[in-house]
Design a protein around this ligand. Structure first.
Ligand code: GLU
Length: 322
């Protein structure tokens, strides 16, 4: 079992500024905020703008402004500074390069020359959820083969995972386990275009920023074993994890940026901050009716036991009119 320490809670929001925040992002942000505030902790805002094709500074600024408007303030990070900056991932490339080298020095990374088509062909669907598991074919390449392939293609870089069961207790969902080689396979930590992958960046950043509580969507639950493996290899102490339910529409489809009517732009035209927070608090099981409330008022009644563990269905009529 993984152990964590630290008396003062340090939580974070780590949004990707690739568009306007939607209801699902706000739901997660609210729970992350409440969990930290209820314990008198510190909240850090870090912009996960690793992907230059998708992320923009205007979105980051808008995101920060939407969080302020909602009353979800942070203490350190984007726009505020602090001892662990910079707080934009796009400005932390040298730091990721150093972490990458630390893994490389331990013989844990290897170049992968597979094209997307080859990667798909080299991957077997995982039994339970159909996700692809890379078979590690580039791990066995000889130095000569690598030299030859280098002439034609810039490789991505993977970290070699052991045949090892990773077990951890999610503080909201309970025990979760995964066998990295069977369920996931060697995974990419640097893309062929040189961009460091989310899995490496998030661990290096949370480790460096001394984060000891991570609250995020359940879509990232199955990334956690990979991240715990990287925490161990990089020598950082892992945080406690709380994976929160996803908001879904009545068909069970996850709300996303496609649902433009539920993004902060559309919502702010119709509702006050209190009305949005009140409705989300109702969905989170924190109040019996969707009445208007401030995050600060909710901090007094917040308890993880009240928050559902399964997907939460959003009734759109609740979001049509105040
Ligand atoms: N940047 C990720 C996202 O916006 C969240 C990463 C995390 O919380 O670990 O989905």
């Amino acid at each position: 079992m993984v152990e964590t320490v630290g008396d003062v809670i340090r939580g974070r929001f780590a949004p990707s500024p690739s568009g306007r925040m939607h209801l699902g992002n706000v739901f997660t942000a609210l729970l992350a905020w409440l969990s930290v505030r209820a314990k008198g902790g510190t909240l850090v805002l870090r912009m996960e703008d690793l992907d230059p094709d998708r992320c923009r500074e205007e979105y980051a600024q808008q995101l920060a402004e939407d969080l302020e408007w909602l009353g979800l303030s942070w203490d350190e990070g984007y726009g505020k500074g602090g001892p662990h900056g910079p707080y934009r991932q796009s400005e932390r490339t040298d730091f990721y390069a150093a972490q990458f080298e630390r893994l490389a020095d331990r013989g844990l990374v290897y170049p992968c020359y597979c094209t997307r088509a080859q990667r798909l062909a080299a991957s077997a669907p995982h039994r339970s959820d159909g996700k692809l598991v890379y078979d590690g074919r580039c791990r066995a390449l000889t130095a000569e083969e690598r030299q030859e392939l280098d002439k034609h293609r810039r490789p991505a870089w993977r970290v070699a995972v052991p045949d090892e069961e990773i077990l951890f207790t999610d503080r909201h969902l309970g025990l979760y386990q995964e066998d990295l080689s069977r369920d996931c396979g060697d995974f990419i930590i640097r893309r062929s275009d040189g961009v460091y992958a989310y899995q490496l960046a998030v661990v290096a950043d949370d480790g460096d920023m001394e984060i000891n509580e991570v609250v995020r969507g359940q879509d990232l639950l199955d990334s956690t074993p990979r991240q715990l493996f990287l925490y161990k290899k990089l020598g950082y102490r892992p945080p406690e994890f709380y994976h929160v339910p996803l908001l879904v529409d009545p068909d069970g489809r996850r709300l996303s940026k496609r649902d433009g009517d539920l993004d902060m732009g559309a919502l702010r035209e119709k509702f006050t901050a209190g009305e949005i927070v009140g409705r989300l608090a109702f969905l989170a099981g924190l109040q019996e009716k969707p009445q208007s409330v401030t995050p600060a008022e909710l901090a007094g009644v917040f308890a993880w036991e009240k928050v559902p563990v399964c997907d939460v269905t959003v009734d759109r009529t609740l979001w049509q009119n105040p």
